[in-house]
Structure formats: C-alpha cells, structure tokens
Write a protein that binds this ligand. Structure first.
Ligand SMILES: [Zn+2]
Length: 122
C-alpha cells in the first residue's frame, strides 16, 4: 500500500494557493478589462452614431437670427446668410457663394427651382 506523499507539504500548499489566488485576480482583471472595452466600444459607437446627424434639425432656428429670409415672398425665418434654410441650401447647390446676393440671384432663389435643380432624381 503506497503512501501518498502529496499534499503533505504545507509550503507547496501555500504556493499553490497563492498561485491560484494570483491567477484568479489576473483572470478577473482580464475579464473586467475586456468587459470595459466591450462596453466602451459599444457605447462609443452608439453615441457617435446618434451625435452625427445631418445637421441642425428642422425647426430649431437660432434665436439670435430673427431676420426673415431676404428672398422675396419667402416669409420663412432666416437661418444663414440672410436666407432661410431651404433657400440657403439652394444657394449652395447653385454655387452662389456666401453672398451678398444680387437681386438676380434672389429672383433665382425665389423661383421654384425644382425643374432647374431637379437633376438628382430618385
Ligand atoms: Zn427663404
């Protein structure tokens, strides 16, 4: 009947226990770090996606810009360069520059430009 000599060494037991503890701590830290990275990656992606919109939402006009659109018979509140948002976008599409706009340009902006600028079909 052979004697089992294992687990008779208190130093070895202590060493194994210490290694086990350290392994457990390292494993826990690794798991925690991985979780944090995953959470940050997911959260960052969501935040970036939500924050990157096409621009200022329609209807949220700058309160400091109370000048009406300079395009005749428009009547919408000015958003930029004295133009309302749609007319400003149109002026940019037509590459009119940042103003000041000539009466001819304002007339072009005032006209229904769907036919002229409607080259971007569905
Ligand atoms: Zn306008």
């Amino acid at each position: 009947m052979p004697r089992i000599a294992a687990s008779r060494n208190p130093e070895l037991d202590e060493l194994v226990a210490t290694i086990g503890q350290q392994l457990g701590q390292a494993l826990g830290q690794a798991i925690a770090a991985g979780l944090m990275q995953g959470i940050q990656a997911a959260g960052g992606g969501v935040t970036a996606g939500a924050a990157r919109g096409p621009g200022r939402p329609a209807g949220t006009k700058n309160p400091s810009t109370k000048v009406a659109c300079i395009v005749p018979e428009c009547g919408r509140p000015g958003a930029a360069k004295g133009l309302c948002s749609p007319h400003y976008g149109k002026s940019r599409r037509l590459k009119m520059g940042g103003g000041p706009f000539t009466p001819a340009q304002l007339k072009t902006l005032a006209a229904d430009g769907r036919a002229a600028a409607g080259k971007n079909g569905a």
